[in-house]
Ligand binder design. Structure first.
Ligand code: ADP
Ligand code: MG
Length: 728
């Protein structure tokens, strides 16, 4: 047993390589492995390029001839760069990315080998859908699924393979991925936002949603990782007493980046740049060995693809430095977990960030309309905002004293908050006097000044306005941002449509446009009051207050997921063509299934570790103590009389923990069996697991962690928190 620990530590002493990769200027490498517009222009005929460009920006379908031309261009570029394979690259609902590589090889009738790739292969393929989560959509007799090219996200080369971003749908047409419904939500918000922008600027023809994610992660030494079956199988530790020192001195955040980590980051960024991922910021996070990478924001679809690509690239590059990346939301108990803040805004084709206060009262009115409709979207769909971020990992992260609570609220900052209050009290449904109008316009005009001073950043809010964007902070580190982007963009689109309808109705009644906008805005401000919260989201008082306000305080994953099937969610998604009823049900089922399976694995791993690693070690140590007591009694009876009881206490204490662990592991197994046998339905089973199995994980770990402090360090079979978190 001791062997694992020693070998782990010995290898760790060797450390990973720290030598840096040869640095190149970012401008030299950026997008090197991406089939960018520039390359398309180079490899395509002028006519084909124009046709494709039009489709990329305006939508439309690609005919076979164009597809063949694009495929030939892509192949020519990729083969020149040394690519040997191609794959349709997509995001199935298991949260990862999927790819099945095919070689370019084809054999002609005369036996000659050629590199082949045509439009048919580019546009559509038929991978077997049966091994991906499908929530019952896939009929057993029809396992086929389709992947179809998404020209909105450029092809790239990863590890000698040409990767073509695609959507993934079942044979019957239902979406089996995140991208399909997200593209629909993005198209909807484009249209809804353009319609509202028309009140203010007739030139606006297109609005894109933008996303800048901030990826938090832990790095763990590879040798130590390999000696922790829980990390390997569950991505998180299921046991481990907190280190005597962790983050209490707050000495890690923004601290100097350790050399080996820095070398890893350099290579990671280099890989990012080649793939066209605009990595911008890197720093230490709050917890020891926790770090963050944030890019320059991009259009949502592209940003989501880039985040998926980043996560897999990170895992690959980390191995070069003998690190493993943990993207789990709560890999270590008692210290910060990892999130993925989703910074989101809307950008017009005239270059205006709709969530950035403008230069004059008119543009500030536009800003306020988009701000308030977003706040109202969060209120209307608070349960859905929660449902799209919950998971087993996030259940442990959120609501601890270091991550936003699982209660949705919006933070605007004191100054904006008071502007909204002012509009609420000053604007009335009757006609405003010219003086009132002037005063209000003056105040609205002052927003940019105010915003510059607004440095108050409330880190305790799950959804905060941060000057020129909203930051959705509840998203988990391992999540596909697509899940939250579908909800956020669809919910805001719905509010924008409603805002326009209500304002138009006033205009039709003869109210002047400016005044009509003010009046609708005021109604929205009043309507969304209860989701606005400026105080401390971590406090107990907020939970009580939120409950009084009628906000959902449910924190369990399984129950929160039900929001996907609520009447409100159906109205939002089904009526607007984002999901069909079947797709929505499938998503709900898949999320439950994932929760259930992960919990089941954790419970099994903990049981195995407890019985095979911990108890034998504790018994071995206990035997040493027993031998010691016996010897003492024989050789030094006087000393034994004096201190023997202390030794005996330790022996008894160890016995007690062993007994508790053994009993509870048995009980936990019984609880699993009972849940498995009682519930056919996976949703009910997941709920039962959450209520009857999950509590054992904490209870068992409590005793194991106590044993960790009692048993001789030399024979403890697992690397401890102080090693996992402090070897750099
Ligand atoms: P902080 O940690 O203080 O929130 P960071 O610099 O780590 O700030 O992250 C800010 C993120 O916000 C970056 O990913 C950035 O690209 C993103 N961001 C900035 N402006 C916008 C915008 N208009 N739309 C979307 N994301 C944005
Ligand atoms: Mg942030």
């Amino acid at each position: 047993m001791a062997k694992i620990r020693f070998s782990a530590l010995k290898e760790m002493a060797g450390r990973g390589p720290v030598e840096k990769i040869k640095k190149q200027r970012v401008t030299e490498v950026y997008g090197m492995d991406v089939f960018t517009m520039e390359k398309m222009r180079h490899y395509l005929s002028v006519e084909a390029f124009r046709k494709l460009e039009k489709i990329m920006f305006e939508g439309g379908s690609i005919d076979r001839m164009l597809a063949d031309q694009v495929a030939a261009a892509m192949k020519a570029w990729a083969v020149e760069k040394g690519a040997t394979h191609y794959t349709h690259w997509f995001h199935p609902l298991n949260g990862a990315t999927a790819e099945k590589h095919d070689s370019f090889i084809d054999i002609l009738k005369d036996g000659d080998v050629i590199e082949a790739f045509d439009g048919k292969l580019l546009v559509q393929q038929e991978p077997d859908a049966s091994s991906f989560p499908n929530g019952g959509i896939r009929n057993t007799f029809e396992a086929r699924g389709y992947t179809a090219w998404d020209p909105g996200s450029p092809a790239f080369i990863n590890n000698s393979t040409l990767c073509i971003p695609t959507v993934f749908v079942a044979y019957t047409g239902e979406a089996l991925d995140y991208k399909t419904p997200m593209l629909k939500a993005l198209a909807w918000i484009d249209k809804a936002a353009v319609d509202v922008c028309q009140y203010f600027d007739k030139d606006v023809q297109k609005v894109i949603a933008t996303l800048g994610w901030e990826q938090e992660y832990f790095l763990v030494d590879e040798a130590l990782y390999n000696a922790r079956p829980d990390l390997k199988l569950c991505g998180c530790t299921l046991m481990g007493h907190s280190a005597a020192k962790d983050q209490q001195l707050e000495d890690h955040y923004f601290g100097a980046i350790p050399e080996r980590v820095n070398a890893f980051m350099d290579e990671l960024e280099y890989e990012c740049y080649r793939l066209g991922i605009p990595a911008k910021t890197r720093h230490n996070e709050c917890a020891p060995n926790q770090f963050e990478l944030a890019p320059v924001f991009e259009e949502v679809n592209l940003a989501v693809d880039h985040n998926q690509l980043l996560m897999s690239t990170m895992k690959r590059v980390a191995r070069h430095y003998k690190f493993r990346v943990l993207l789990h939301e709560k890999p270590f108990k008692g210290i910060n977990g990892s999130g993925k803040h989703n910074n989101w805004s809307l950008l017009t084709d005239t270059g205006v960030n709709l969530l950035s206060p403008g230069k004059n009262p008119k543009s500030n009115m536009q800003f306020l309309v988009f701000l308030v409709t977003t706040v109202k979207a969060v209120l209307e769909h608070e349960a859905l905002f929660k449902a799209c971020i919950v998971s087993l990992g996030n259940e442990r992260r959120l609501g601890g004293d270091e991550a936003p609570p699982v209660i949705m609220s919006v933070f605007l900052g004191q100054q904006l908050d008071s502007i909204l209050d002012e509009i609420e009290t000053k604007v009335s449904s009757k006609k405003m006097s010219p003086d009132e109008k002037t005063e209000l316009k003056l105040n609205v005009g002052k927003i940019p000044e105010i915003m510059r001073d607004n440095t108050d950043r409330n880190r305790t809010s799950p959804f905060a306005f941060t000057g020129n964007r909203f930051e959705f902070r509840a998203v988990g580190a391992s999540a596909n941002c697509g899940a939250s982007m579908i909800v956020l963009n669809a919910a805001v689109a719905e509010q924008l449509v409603a805002f326009k309808q209500e304002t138009d109705a006033l205009i039709d009644k003869g109210v002047k446009k400016d005044e009509a906008i003010f009046q609708t805005l005021r109604r929205y401000i009043i309507a969304c009051k209860k989701i606005r919260f400026e105080g401390n989201g971590y406090s107990k008082e907020w939970k009580e207050e939120a409950q009084k306000r009628g906000l959902s305080v449910e924190s369990g994953c399984v129950r929160s997921l039900r929001a996907y099937l609520s009447t409100k969610a159906k109205k939002l998604f089904i009526d607007n063509g984002i999901f069909t009823e079947r797709e929505l049900e499938a998503r709900f089922e898949i999320k439950n299934e994932t929760y259930l399976k992960k919990l089941q694995i954790e419970s099994r791993v903990l049981g195995d570790l407890a019985l095979n690693h911990i108890i034998p070690t504790a018994i071995a140590y206990q035997n040493t103590l027993i031998d010691n007591v016996k010897g003492l009694k024989d050789i030094l009876p006087n000393v034994y009389a004096e201190v023997g009881h202390v030794q005996l206490e330790s022996i008894k204490e160890i016995s007690m923990h062993i007994k508790e662990i053994k009993t509870m592991v048995n009980d936990m197994t019984e609880a699993r069996k009972l849940a498995n046998n009682t519930y056919e339905n996976e949703v009910e089973r997941a709920e039962s697991y959450s209520e009857t199995v999950k509590p054992y994980l904490d209870k068992i770990r409590y005793h194991i962690d106590k044993l960790e402090l009692l048993v001789d360090d030399e024979i403890w079979p697992l690397p401890k928190y102080r090693e996992l978190l402090f070897s750099k």
